[in-house]
Design a protein around this ligand. Structure first.
Ligand SMILES: NC(=O)c1ccc[n+]([C@@H]2O[C@H](COP(=O)([O-])OP(=O)(O)OC[C@H]3O[C@@H](n4cnc5c(N)ncnc54)[C@H](OP(=O)(O)O)[C@@H]3O)[C@@H](O)[C@H]2O)c1
Length: 386
């Protein structure tokens, strides 16, 4: 079996690549990588394996130079004779930014880029499966505090906090314009955060938001709202298993489901004691974030509720010398808090039925193994480019 994989330099794609590279059933894995030249491309590929000392087999793992938004991408892929016998395309690359300043790029990568890949995929004579790595959050902001099922999406009427989830939803429709149903497999992870293995994960995605909450300690989210979080190693294992499984469905959530979902309170309680030089965690209404932003601008109304939390405001004054920094942090954190506050749990019975995986470990458990590096996360850098 020959695979073409995108997004290998990313959090999930890197983990998928390592997993697939260990499977004997796979002959070659061609990896789309953007870079300024061949040297940088090879270096980026090697780094994926070096991060956790995984074995790199250059006969099996082959880089393919390319940017999803390049108008010549489709032509270049078609002309690359090595790719003629690809059996499976796994499209994990995306622009995952929540920030409105990246909206145009998000659209370009997630829609135009997907079209470029699909136009080439359509020409593959030996294609068996196109795996689209979607996201369970395409269900949108209209669903709150309940279990969400795979069949509820994609829905063109769904409303979205951010362009990212909207484009991922549109992407699922786009697939059907190019490929027959039997060749499409849509895998939708919920929120991927950290790794259950006791090492620094290959990306701080989402952990950034946790590190920020750990710094602020006054957190504008419901303490008891259900959060559906899965670790990256479980997610990559699920994708690999589903590739080879006898599948009963063409769309799967890769999620914590009811059994392994957790809450902000459970997660923060798991590591609070490890940072005992900070005020205790306190959760406040999500609406308070606008007051927090006003505080950072020096424009907090004296009547505002936030004034009641003097201890926290004094603590923030102490830790944030530059108030503009905290404004960036609040702005970066806001969409994450909005998502969490929705209380969406994604049904995982299809996944449990068709794989041997069982439920994932709860993030409130494995996060305890992450405490040591949580403090090393540069929250300001994360707020700009999470
Ligand atoms: N992380 C989550 O919580 C989560 C949850 C549900 C679903 N997902 C889905 O999982 C997939 C992977 O997400 P992730 O967390 O691994 O994201 P990520 O760490 O941000 O990685 C994104 C990958 O896409 C590549 N990419 C972006 N723009 C590109 C372009 N123009 N041309 C070529 N490659 C490009 C990046 O390459 P560069 O290194 O060159 O930038 C990188 O390899 C996405 O489809 C996402 O929607 C993620």
């Amino acid at each position: 079996m020959n695979i073409f994989l995108t997004g290998v330099t990313g959090f999930l794609g890197g983990e998928i690549l390592i997993n697939l590279s260990k499977r004997n059933e796979i002959d070659k894995i061609y990896c789309l990588i953007r870079a300024k030249d061949e040297e940088e491309m090879t270096l980026r590929l090697h780094k994926i394996f070096a991060i956790h000392n995984d074995y790199f087999n250059d006969k099996k793992v082959i880089p393919v130079f390319g940017n999803l938004t390049d108008p010549f991408l489709t032509k270049n892929l078609i002309e690359n004779k090595n790719l003629n016998n690809i059996n499976v395309v796994i499209h994990s690359a995306a622009n995952t930014s929540f920030s409105p300043i990246y909206n145009e790029l998000v659209e370009k990568v997630n829609i135009t880029g997907l079209k470029n890949i699909l136009q080439w995929t359509k020409t593959l004579k030996q294609l068996q499966t196109f795996i689209y790595i979607g996201t369970a959050t395409i269900c949108g902001e209209g669903i709150c505090n309940r279990i969400v099922y795979e069949d509820e999406s994609p829905d063109l009427n769904s409303k979205h906090f951010v362009k990212y989830t909207y484009t991922k939803m549109l992407g699922e429709f786009l697939l059907r314009d190019y490929l027959p149903d039997e060749k499409i497999l849509v895998l939708r992870p919920s929120i991927i955060m950290g790794d259950t293995r006791p090492w620094v994960p290959r990306s701080y995605v989402i952990l950034w938001a946790l590190a920020t909450a750990n710094l602020m300690r006054l957190v504008p989210v419901d303490a008891d709202v259900k959060m559906d979080i899965v670790p990256v190693d479980y997610t990559a294992n699920a994708i690999t298993e589903l590739l080879f499984a006898k599948r009963n469905y063409s769309t799967y959530h890769i999620s914590a489901g009811t059994k392994s979902s957790t809450t902000p309170l459970e997660i923060t309680s798991a590591f609070e004691a490890a940072f005992n030089d900070r005020p205790p965690f306190k959760f406040v209404d999500i609406g308070m974030i606008s007051q927090m932003k006003n505080w950072a601008k020096g424009r907090l109304n004296p009547q505002s509720q936030l004034n009641k939390y003097t201890d926290y405001l004094e603590y923030w004054d102490k830790i944030f010398e530059d108030k503009s920094g905290i404004r960036i942090l609040f702005a970066g954190l806001e969409p994450y808090m909005k998502f969490i506050n929705l209380g969406q749990i994604f049904d995982n019975s299809r996944l449990l039925q068709d794989t041997t995986l069982g439920n994932s470990e709860s993030s409130a458990e494995y996060i305890k193994r992450s405490i040591t590096y949580l403090e090393n996360i540069d929250v300001f850098e994360g707020a700009i480019d999470p």
